[in-house]
Design a protein around this ligand. Sequence first.
Ligand code: ARG
Length: 417
Amino acid sequence: MSTVRGLEGLQGARIALAFSGGLDTSVMAFWLQKEFGAEIVTVSGDLGQEKELNGINEKAHSLGAKAAYHVDLKQEFAEEYVFRALKAGALYEGEYPLATALGRPLLAKTLVEIARKEECTVVAHGCTGKGNDQVRFDAGVWALAPDLRVIAPVRHWEFKSREDEIAYCAENAIPVQATKKNPYSIDENLWGTSIECGVLEDPTVAPPEDAYQRTVSPLIAPNTPEEIAITFEQGVPVALNGNGMPAVELIVTLNHLAGAHGIGRLDMIENRLVGIKSREIYEAPGATLLHYAHRELERLTLDKWSAHHKAKIAQDYAELIYNGLWFSPLRQAFDAFIDSTQQTVSGTVVVQMYKGNLTILSRTSPFSLYDKALASYTSEDTFDHAAGEGFSKIFSLPLRTIARVRQSAEQVLSEQA
Ligand code: ARG
């Protein structure tokens, strides 16, 4: 039995491990048993990633796991995480729809639930020490289970590279498939794909086409535009082109439709929580379309003060998700405010998709605050024009006061000169 700095006292522990089936977490499952005589329970969450999780429990067992769980989290993810972020208008640094960041707290919650059921005292995840995801897992678990120990072996173990891990697999006859080397690090779920590493680490280099996983280049997207109607009820999308659709199906469908038009590609330099600036490529076709349509509906249905205040909250809400504070009282308080604003965000938005661009074609709502009789410049106009004079006079009063004071001050000064 060895001791590894930072992982003291793990001998014989029963550990719930977040298991993706990839190289890192496969090596981890084996390594924790070998180094510490630990018992491993694997937890694999299906958040709608396109990469199949079929056979993942068998893989866990072949690595020696005592128990293996493969949990379908798609509906809960869509309804309780993704749609909250959509209603909030949460886009980190104004653009990133937060797919990876939204998935982590749900995986952390699932880890805790299974750790309890399986009487594990430790949970483990595969994150590195320089990313945001370690914080999201750690904070997510501790917010729900302060008594559990959370470990991230990558922060402590001896392997420095993928090659080291592959050599370790060969030495120990660990049954990992000869994984073909993908030059990128990819995390994906229903709400989007995050892609980094390889040539993308150079911010002067445009992403090669093979970096993209689920969208076509706008350059080769169809030459014919496509219209799509999205219906919302209280801020939540419920139908496509008039057909009611459950959350997961709706997002999956939009990912395909919008992805085929090259919608939702992002190339971002972002500020990580740990202080590093990093370059990430994102693909979020469905998320981009839904945020766009939702925002257009809010323009029609929200009163000015709620809309302006909500935009400020949106930024804080995005930062909170990004920083791993999903299970916080502040998020719940924000949700109460946001849900209150969404009571009238119901209606239908028609959007045109064309070569990576979205254009609004139409918006309707029973709660539309747009009053044509007030806005019109025709004979239909019902606005009280005469009232404009008094309004304008009083609104601009501070400016007139400033100007008047300056005028007389300048006069006094020029008389003294
Ligand atoms: N930068 C994104 C975030 O912090 C994604 C992180 C994971 N990215 C990846 N390519 N594995 O949410």
